[in-house]
Design a protein around this ligand. Sequence first.
Ligand SMILES: [Mn+2]
Length: 291
Amino acid sequence: MANRSLENEELTAYRTIFLSDAHLGCHYAQAESLLRFLNRVEPEELYIVGDFIDGWRLKRRWFWQTVYVQILQRLLHLAANGTQIYYAPGNHDEFLRDFLCHFGQITISDQFLHQTADGRRFVILHGDQFDDVERTAKWLSVIGAFAYDQLVLVNGIVNQFRRWFHLSDCRFSSHVKVWAKQAVQFISDFEQRVVCHAKELECDGVICGHIHVPRITSLNGITYCNTGDWVEHCTALVELESGELMLLDLSGQIPVLSCRESRDHVEVLEEPQVQPVTQHAFADGFMLTDS
Ligand SMILES: [Mn+2]
């Protein structure tokens, strides 16, 4: 299912919201869109699935905007009004991994277990733990946005310089083809690894971020959800009151449903879930909390 516009009132009906990779502190972060979205929702639970703040870039050069403060204020406002906020740090905000804790409505942990309204268990984590070649994600994001013919143009200029120094031509384009192939392999390996992790934890699915590729799919009987990002895309994964998961494209003024999970693989529960319970996992074990 694709490109269905959602009305305003539908936005308030989400049980849970999962978002990641806002990269606040990065010039290209689409923070205004994120704030606009957060201002329109009031979920029971909000999972921030890592790389929300870009510590790497902030360390290099401090870049902080009013809109970032407004986003943090909105999060605190949501927490004060009863939204449980769960933060699973990523590689760009790994400094928060030193502060795994629980204060008020906010919990920080490497990973969480979330139970949907229809009784399925999902492990929530950023995903860099399963990225062997972490730096590859950087050129991966560049390739998506910048495309082949741009590189060919640059290639022409580079070869002009190379000829001046009597060097033979190099072919970026063929490199790009190899990169693209590697990118596909990289994504596939990453997805397989996080799905294996979910299986080990006897979960029905996994929700992660990190690779900036928003997606809902079923892999080896495990539901794989990637929340996407707020740099190249403006996406969030939402859970409806029914427990169904949807991916929203929030780049425009009107949110668009970009993907809905296929329910074919989902077991039909004979009895409705009596007491929805959310489990929160810590590195050294699991903590059980009523939602
Ligand atoms: Mn990351």
